[in-house]
Design a protein around this ligand. Sequence first.
Ligand code: HEM
Length: 155
Amino acid sequence: MSKILTADEVKRHNTRKSVWMVIRNEVYDVTAFIDEHPGGEDPILEAAGQDATIAFEDVGHSEDAKAMLKKYKIGTLAPGEGCCKMRAQIWRSSSPYHRDCTECNASRRGKPCRPGPQPAPSPPAESGTSRWKYAVLALGVAILLGFAYKKYTSG
Ligand code: HEM
């Protein structure tokens, strides 16, 4: 079954014992493919635990090679875990695979991939119970003030 995975989980699988890689936001476990790769084991081991999108596409893999990916797919990166967290490399403006990155500011093309400004987290919506708490507190204060005023005016 396909899982939603984080960049940190992928990065941990970076040795011959277990090789995961990301290609276009999909995560592949290619451990069993190390010895079968027609391009040799080196390119696979070099991409272990990393985003191999550019490496994979730059080689000009055949349609057959692309179809093989299905067999090794184990999951998809969670939203926000792709571009900025996986790709430490420099963006290539000529690469079509980074053009649709929604996590980086497009103007950063050609510069190291870094997260763009994040929207400020919205405060948690006030729950009904906490509104009641304030109302009861205000009522208590009003009653106390009332008593204090009465005592003060009655001498
Ligand atoms: C799961 C991932 C991968 C699969 C399924 C895969 C599959 C294949 C296949 C089937 C070929 C034979 C040629 C072809 O049909 O295109 C091949 C060749 C090759 N692959 Fe991969 N590959 C993968 C990942 C990578 C990565 C990450 C690199 C990194 C650079 C790489 C580099 C190469 C190279 C250099 C060749 C030899 C190309 C040639 O002799 O012309 N592969 N691969």
